[in-house]
Design a protein around this ligand. Structure first.
Ligand SMILES: Cc1cc2nc3c(=O)[nH]c(=O)nc-3n(C[C@H](O)[C@H](O)[C@H](O)COP(=O)(O)OP(=O)(O)OC[C@H]3O[C@@H](n4cnc5c(N)ncnc54)[C@H](O)[C@@H]3O)c2cc1C
Length: 501
C-alpha cells in the first residue's frame, strides 16, 4: 500500500476545507487537528503511517505545505509535531502498551506534543538536556523536575492544548544519572483538560506569523507519572526488582530519540521546496500579466531580464535539490518500514538534503521578492508568510548546527587519516589545521578548543558547503528506484571519515 488516489482525495479535501485560516485562534486550529486524528477513515491519516505507509506520511506533509504560502506555518507545524515528533517517537521507542495508549488516545482525538528543547539548549536541543526524571522506587513513578531556569522546556508546539507529551528528560535511578530518555505522559486530564499537578505551562508570546499555533514553555515541579510511561524499547525499569535494564543491544537513547529528526528533516526539506515553488508559481502568474513601460518586444514583467534569468535559474536549482530530497525520502521510507536506523551515509545525505533545500528556498524566495516591485508588499502575494522558511531553518536540526557537524566529522577524519573525500575538502581541512596550529602557538598551548575552531569559522562553513556539493554530486540519485538495498546507491565511504549526525 502506498498512496492511492482515493486517499489523496480525502486528505486534499481536509486540507482545502478543514484547515482553518491562519488568523484563527490556536484552539480552533487544535480542534481541526483533533478531528483529523480521530477520523482516520474519513481523512485517511493514522498515527502509524510513519511506519506502515511512510510514502503517505510524507505526501500528507507535502500536500499541507502546498497551502503554506497562504496559511503560514501554524497548521503544518502542528501536524508534523503530532504525527512525526510525538507519535513517531512512540512508534520508534515504545512497546505494545504504548501503541495501545496511542490508539485509544487517537480515537478520542487527543493531541500530543514533543517536549525536547530547553531554554539554555536552544538549537543544541538534544545535546543539552537538564530536565530530570527521578525514579521513585516506593510508588513506582518517575518524578519530573525542572532543575533551573535554563532547563525549562521552551517553544513546545501545541503545549497549551496537548493532552499528551513525549517528554525528554535525564533519567535518574537511585542517584545515578542514566542520561536522556523519552517518556509518554498524559499532561492534561481526560475530559476536563485540567493540567496535571506538578506542571506549569506558559505562552511563549506572539510571533510574526503562525499564531494559529500555540507555543509553550513548560516547568516541571514534582510532576509524577507511572513506571509504564518510559518508552522502553531499548531500556526499561524492571517490574520485578525496579532495576534499570538495557534491551535490544547497546543503543544510545539520545540517538534513538533523534530518529524522528531524520523523518522531520526530509519533511521540512520538502516543505521548504514546496513553499518556494508555490511562491514562484503565484508570482509568475502575476508577472506574466503585468506590463512594464520602456520594454522591447515582450513587455511583461516576466521578461525583464533579471527576473527572467531568476525564473530559469530557480527552475533548475529547485528541480536538482528536489530530486535529491526524493532520493533520500525513498531510502528513508525503506528503513522506516522495517523500524531500523538509517546508515551513516543516509544520515549524512539527509543532513545535506535539509541544509540545501532550506537554504536554496530561502535564497530564491528572498531574491524573487526583490525583483517584483510593489507586488512584494501585497497581501495577496505569497511573501507575507516567508517566515515559514525561517521555521524550516531551525526545525529538526538548525542549518548551522548540521553544517558544523558535517565539517567537524570531515576534519576529524582528515586529522586521523590525513585525507579527505575530495580535493576541495582536503584543501580546506589543511587550511583549518594550520589556523588552529597557529592559534595554539600564539597562546603557548593554553587555549579553548571551541574558540580555536570558531577562529576559522569561515573555512568551517566552506568545508560544510564542499561536503554538501560532493554528497549531492556523488550519489546516483537519478535511477534510484531499482530495488537495490537502502545503502547501495551511496558511493562507498570510508567509515572512519564520517560519523553519526
Ligand atoms: C515555531 C516553533 C516551534 C517549535 N516547536 C518545538 C517543539 O514542538 N518541540 C521542541 O522540542 N522544540 C520546538 N522548537 C524549538 C526549535 O526546534 C529550536 O530548537 C529553538 O527554537 C532554537 O532555539 P533558540 O531560538 O534559542 O536558538 P539559539 O540556540 O539562540 O540559536 C540561534 C542561532 O545561533 C546559531 N547557533 C547557536 N548555537 C550555535 C553553535 N553551537 N554553532 C553554530 N551556530 C550556533 C544558529 O544559527 C541558530 O539559528 C520550536 C521553535 C519554534 C520557533
Amino acid at each position: 500500500m502506498t498512496t492511492d488516489s482515493n486517499w489523496r482525495a480525502k486528505f486534499s479535501n481536509f486540507v482545502r476545507n478543514d484547515v482553518p485560516e491562519s488568523s484563527s485562534s490556536y484552539e480552533r486550529s487544535a480542534n481541526a487537528l483533533s478531528r483529523l486524528i480521530s477520523n482516520p477513515h474519513t481523512f485517511g491519516v493514522h498515527w502509524n503511517d510513519i511506519q506502515n505507509n511512510p510514502e503517505k506520511f510524507f505526501l500528507a506533509h507535502e500536500l499541507l505545505a502546498k497551502r503554506s504560502p497562504e496559511l503560514g506555518p501554524g497548521f503544518w507545524i502542528r501536524f508534523t509535531v503530532h504525527f512525526n515528533l510525538f507519535a513517531g517517537t512512540v512508534v520508534a521507542l515504545g512497546s505494545k502498551e504504548h501503541f495501545e495508549t496511542l490508539e485509544e488516545a487517537s480515537k478520542r482525538g487527543e493531541i500530543g506534543c514533543f517536549a525536547l528543547t530547553e531554554k539554555y539548549a536552544g538549537v543544541n536541543s538534544g545535546l543539552v538536556v537538564e530536565t530530570t526524571a527521578e525514579y521513585d522506587e516506593k510508588t513506582r513513578e518517575f518524578v519530573f523536575q525542572t532543575s533551573s531556569d535554563g532547563a525549562k522546556k521552551n517553544w513546545i508546539s501545541q503545549g497549551l492544548v496537548a493532552d499528551w507529551a513525549v517528554i525528554v528528560a535525564r533519567l535518574n535511578m537511585y542517584g545515578k544519572d542514566m542520561g536522556p530518555h523519552a517518556f509518554l505522559c498524559r499532561v492534561r486530564e481526560e475530559g476536563t483538560k485540567e493540567v496535571k499537578r506538578g506542571i506549569v505551562f506558559g505562552d511563549m508570546g506572539r510571533k510574526t506569523i503562525g499564531n494559529d499555533l500555540d507555543n509553550a514553555w513548560i516547568q516541571f515541579d514534582g510532576f509524577r507519572c507511572g513506571r509504564g510511561c518510559l518508552l522502553n524499547r531499548y531500556a526499561d525499569v524492571r517490574e520485578s526488582d525496579g532495576a534499570y535494564a538495557r534491551k535490544g543491544g547497546d543503543v544510545n537513547q539520545m540517538s534513538a530519540i533523534g530518529q524522528r529528526l531524520f523523518t522531520g528533516r526530509i519533511a521540512v526539506a520538502k516543505a521548504a521546496l514546496t513553499f518556494c515553488e508555490e511562491v514562484f508559481k503565484h508570482t509568475k502568474k502575476y508577472s506574466d500579466a503585468k506590463l512594464c513601460a520602456m520594454r522591447g518586444s515582450n513587455k511583461t514583467l516576466s521578461h525583464v531580464p533579471q527576473l527572467k534569468a531568476l525564473y530559469e535559474e530557480s527552475e533548475k536549482r529547485l528541480k536538482d535539490v528536489d530530486r535529491f530530497v526524493t532520493f533520500c525520502k525513498k531510502r528513508l521510507s525503506r528503513v522506516l518500514k522495517v523500524r531500523e536506523t538509517p546508515s551513516v551515509e543516509l544520515q549524512t545525505a539527509i543532513a545535506v538534503c535539509k541544509i540545501r533545500a532550506v537554504e536554496t528556498a530561502i535564497e530564491l524566495t528572498f531574491r524573487l521578492k526583490q525583483e517584483v516591485g510593489s507586488y512584494a508588499l501585497m497581501d495577496e502575494a505569497s511573501f507575507k508568510n516567508s517566515d515559514f522558511l525561517q521555521c524550516c531553518k531551525f526545525a529538526e536540526g538548525d542549518s548551522r548546527i548540521l553544517s558544523q557537524k558535517l565539517a567537524r566529522d570531515a576534519f576529524s577524519g582528515f586529522l586521523k587519516q590525513n585525507s579527505a573525500r575530495s580535493i576541495r575538502e582536503a584543501s580546506i581541512c589543511e587550511s583549518i589545521r594550520r589556523q588552529i596550529q597557529k592559534y595554539k602557538e600564539d597562546r603557548d598551548g593554553k587555549y579553548n578548543k571551541i574558540d580555536a575552531w570558531d577562529s576559522c569559522w569561515e573555512d568551517v562553513y566552506a568545508l560544510a558547503d564542499a561536503i554538501c556539493d560532493r554528497v549531492m554530486r556523488e550519489n546516483d540519485f537519478e535511477g534510484d528506484d531499482n530495488g537495490k538495498d537502502e545503502s547501495s546507491n551511496f558511493t562507498k565511504s570510508t567509515p572512519s571519515l564520517v560519523s553519526r549526525l
